[in-house]
Design a binder for this molecule. Structure first.
Ligand code: SF4
Length: 479
């Protein structure tokens, strides 16, 4: 379906995203060509107000008008988006997203901005419902999550001296069909060994800069890919550098063991002794048939034995990820996975909704796969609450099953600092390694500047000196 969009200049931010909520597979064009539907949104000045007028022509016919009594640009743009959403809702009799016009990845950041401005919980929920068309249950969830994680946010003074670190190891045993992360197969050239040498160089140099600048690392996350593809010797070297420059007595140190088939008791003992205090063992589903269908090479039995290996190595905090909406799975299959994981008693469980991501096998084969767009209807929040888990961070992605969200749940006292900080974006996170992204936070405005690393190991190896220099320059500018 081709949709023609016209919006008054200066007010068009994000209107196409609103249209895609109603017509997920449409193409939107701004060209004056023949289309199935025309969406025309105009903003005109009136005496003391701005008038928003909209018209749908073609497959749907509808007109509407609204007035807004401010010329503050951000507020007018918000109202233009809300107006477009309401117009399409009336024309289609659909309300496609429980998050209304909040189409961004980090909706809880908006709640934090309200809290910064002294709003109370009830007032924030009302704003979310009235201005952003968020459904009451989601407005409650967003405020609940933000209030829970607020004590873990840094104040502007702390932002100047305390950073988080992300290290990306972009290799995996096989590629899951839904994956869009940097995850090169182990046979890829350049291989893990060459990549690892460049990474060690980078970690040493950035580590020295952190020491010189007196910056503390209070959370460190090794992700990927699957970091547990590193050998015992590589881990020894990595842990040596991290202990020399990065880790303090209270640093939260997470290693992602995304694939249980990569776990070895010997490496786990080494990790525990080297300061790793949090590990992710991710089943995604506790259904063997689905694991085969999504291209993972492990079984449910391997998840259980991997979990036990991590426990017996003495790593205190285990997180497990599940995905809602995997192909062939409905509410019964997901609830079974959830209950199985809860029975293992990990300290935290992250529940994702399947998203159709650019770069994934499924996205490339989209025509061959029927997307399950419905929310499967499981009341995950209630199940988690009755098992004692609290929702403490939340983020969204484009093209998610049922326009839902990903939620991190944890037992009280087990919230991951890294997860909170990376979502709420109130701490500088230095990304190193393949496909990593650094975000530098301005403590006065909370504005971000970013530095993106290449995903391809060959490009990373080639550019590592230049990337180190760019990082060090950015870190110097922080202090
Ligand atoms: S384990 Fe994670 S990073 Fe690796 S292929 Fe699967 S989804 Fe991608």
């Amino acid at each position: 379906m081709l949709i023609g969009l016209q919006v008054s200049r200066g007010y068009d931010g994000g209107i196409h995203e609103i249209i895609r909520l109603f017509f997920p597979r449409c193409r939107v064009t701004y060209e004056p060509v023949k289309t199935d539907l025309k969406v025309d949104i105009r903003v005109k000045e009136g005496p003391g107000y701005l008038e928003i007028a909209g018209e749908l022509q073609g497959l749907l016919k509808k007109t509407g008008q609204s007035r807004i009594f401010t010329d503050e640009l951000g507020e007018v743009k918000r109202e233009v988006r809300a107006f477009t959403y309401r117009l399409l809702m009336e024309a289609t009799s659909m309300n496609p997203s429980p998050y209304g016009i909040l189409t961004g990845v980090r909706p809880t950041k908006l709640v934090h901005r309200y809290l910064d401005n002294g709003y109370q919980e009830e007032e924030i929920q009302k704003e979310l419902r009235d201005k952003y068309l968020v459904e009451p249950q989601k407005a409650g969830l967003l405020t609940e999550v933000a209030l829970r994680n607020r004590p873990y946010l840094l104040n502007p003074e702390q932002v100047k001296s305390c950073v988080g670190v992300y290290i990306g190891i972009p290799y995996c045993p096989t590629r899951c069909h839904y994956c869009s992360f940097p995850a090169y197969p182990l046979e890829h050239r350049p291989g893990l060994d060459e990549f690892f040498s460049a990474l060690l160089l980078e970690l040493s140099r950035i580590g020295q800069a952190l020491k010189e600048l007196d910056l503390t690392v209070d959370n460190l996350y090794v992700g990927g890919g699957t970091p547990t593809v590193l050998s015992l010797t590589q881990w020894e070297k990595l842990l040596d550098v991290l202990n020399r420059y990065y880790l303090g007595s209270g640093t939260e140190f997470t290693v992602e063991a995304g694939r249980p088939d990569t776990l070895s008791g010997e490496v786990l003992q080494l990790l525990a002794a080297g300061g790793v205090n949090r590990m992710c063992v991710n089943p995604q589903t506790m259904n063997d048939e689905t694991l085969i269908r999504v291209g993972r090479r492990h079984t449910v039995k391997m998840v259980r034995s991997g979990y036990e290996l991590v426990r017996s190595a003495g790593i205190k905090h285990i997180n497990m990820d599940l995905i809602v909406g995997l192909p062939g799975e409905g509410a019964a299959e997901f609830e079974n996975s959830l209950q199985e994981v809860i029975r293992l008693k990990p300290e935290s469980i992250t529940v994702h909704h399947l998203a159709w991501k650019r770069g994934s096998v499924w996205q490339m084969q989209e025509a061959a796969i029927e997307q399950n767009e419905a929310d499967i209807g499981t009341d995950t929040g209630s199940i988690m609450a009755s098992a004692g888990y609290l929702s403490y961070y939340l983020y969204r992605q484009k093209y998610m099953t049922g326009n839902q969200e990903n939620i991190g749940y944890a037992l009280p006292g087990c919230f991951s600092i890294y997860n909170i900080r990376v979502i709420e974006e109130r701490q500088t996170i230095i990304g190193m390694g393949g496909g990593a992204a650094s975000k530098y936070v301005d403590p006065h405005t909370w504005k971000l500047t970013t530095l993106h690393y290449p995903k391809d190991p060959a490009a990373y190896i080639k550019r590592v000196e230049e990337l180190i220099k760019a990082q060090v320059d950015k870190l110097r500018a922080l202090s």
